[in-house]
Design a protein around this ligand. Structure first.
Ligand code: NAP
Ligand code: GCO
Length: 279
C-alpha cells in the first residue's frame, strides 16, 4: 500500500461545484484544485461567473466556468456536455448552489416557496441525473450534497429551506441506494453556521453597535462559540470526494462546531470580548 495520503488525492478527476463563484462553493473548488482535480463551476449569471473566474485567477487556479441555472435541465444538460467535450466527463459533483428566503410561513407565497425548493432540492436532482450516466459507464463517481442544520432542525422563517434540506438528506440516501452498485458514493456535507454572504444578515451589527441577536444566539448554541469559516469545511469536502471515503455512502456528515450535540447555554452568559473571529 502506498502513502495513506494518496487516498485523499483528486489527481486526474474532473470536479463540478455548482454555484461556486464565492462562498462555500469557492472554498470547495480551491480545495479540490489543491488536491489535484480539474475544477469546473457554474453560476446563475455572467457577472457571477466572471467574479468567480477572477477569484480563481487570483488563487492561481485554472478552471472552466460557465453560466448555468441548476433548475434548468436544458442548461444543465448543455453544461455537462460542454464540460465533457472541453475538460472531460465529471467524476465529482458537489450540489452546492442554494438560496434561502427567511419569511414567516404564513407570509410566504407559493412562488417564494417554489423558488427555494427548485434551487435547493430540484437543482441537485437535475444535476445528479445529468452526471450519473457517465459515472455509471465509468464504474465510479462521487456526488456530494449541501445539507444543513436544517436537514435536522427547524427554526422560524425558514420553512421552505428546511423542507428542501430535509428532502436533500433523503435524496442523498436514495442516490446511494439506487447507484451504490456502480461504485458511486453519494454523501452530504452538513455545515453548521458558516460565515458567508448567505448568513451575513444574521451577523450584522445592530444600530447601537451591539451584536445581532442571532449572532449571540447561535454562539450560545455552538460549543466552539464561533461561526464556522469556509476553510473549516475544505478537508471534509476533499475527503468525501476522494478514494478515502469509497465505503461511506448515504451519510450526512455534520461539520457544525458541535451544535447538534449541545443543548446550549444562556446567550447572556457569553463573554462578547472573546468574539473577534468573523465579520
Ligand atoms: P451563498 O453564499 O448564497 O452562495 C450560493 C451560490 O449559489 C451563489 O453563488 C448563488 O448565486 C448560487 N446560486 C443560487 N441559485 C442558483 C442557481 N439556480 N443556479 C446556479 N447557482 C445558483 O451560499 P453559501 O453560504 O456559500 O452556501 C452554499 C451551500 O451550502 C448552499 O446550498 C447553502 O444552503 C449550504 N449551507 C450553507 C451554510 C452556511 O452557514 N453558509 C450552512 C449549511 C448549508 P446568487 O448569488 O445569485 O444567489
Ligand atoms: C438560517 C441560516 C441557516 C444556514 C445553514 C445552517 O437562516 O438559519 O441561513 O439556514 O444557512 O443552513 O446549517
Amino acid at each position: 500500500m502506498g502513502n495513506i495520503l494518496d487516498k485523499f488525492s483528486l489527481k486526474g478527476k474532473v470536479a463540478w461545484i455548482t454555484g461556486a463563484s464565492y462562498g462555500l462553493g469557492l472554498a470547495y473548488a480551491l480545495a479540490y484544485a489543491e488536491a489535484g482535480a480539474k475544477v469546473v463551476f457554474n453560476d446563475i449569471n455572467e457577472d457571477l461567473v466572471n467574479r468567480g473566474l477572477e477569484e480563481y485567477k487570483k488563487a492561481g487556479v485554472e478552471v472552466y466556468g460557465a453560466v448555468c441555472d441548476v433548475t434548468n435541465e436544458e442548461q444543465v444538460t448543455k453544461f455537462v456536455a460542454d464540460v465533457k467535450e472541453k475538460v472531460g466527463s465529471i467524476d465529482i459533483l458537489v450540489n452546492n448552489a442554494g438560496i434561502i428566503k427567511r419569511i414567516p410561513m404564513t407570509e410566504m407565497t407559493v412562488d417564494q416557496w417554489n423558488q427555494v425548493i427548485n434551487v435547493d432540492l430540484t437543482g441537485p436532482f437535475i444535476c445528479s441525473k445529468a452526471v450519473l450516466p457517465d459515472m455509471i459507464a465509468k464504474g465510479s463517481g462521487k456526488i456530494i450534497n449541501a445539507c444543513s442544520m436544517m436537514s435536522e432542525l427547524g427554526r422560524e422563517t425558514v420553512s421552505a429551506y428546511a423542507a428542501a434540506k430535509g428532502g436533500l438528506k433523503m435524496l442523498t440516501k436514495n442516490i446511494c441506494s439506487e447507484y451504490g452498485q456502480y461504485n458511486i458514493q453519494c454523501n452530504a456535507i452538513g455545515p453548521g453556521y458558516i460565515a458567508t454572504p448567505q448568513t451575513a444578515p444574521l451577523r450584522e451589527k445592530q444600530p447601537d453597535g451591539s451584536m445581532h441577536p442571532f449572532d449571540r444566539f447561535i454562539r450560545s448554541k455552538t460549543p466552539a462559540q464561533r461561526w464556522g469559516k469556509t476553510e473549516d469545511l475544505m478537508g471534509l469536502a476533499v475527503f468525501l470526494a476522494s478514494e478515502a471515503s469509497d465505503f461511506i455512502n448515504g451519510q450526512v456528515v455534520y461539520i457544525d462546531g458541535g451544535i447538534l450535540a449541545y443543548i446550549g447555554q444562556d446567550p447572556n452568559n457569553l463573554d462578547e470580548s472573546k468574539f473577534a473571529d468573523v465579520d
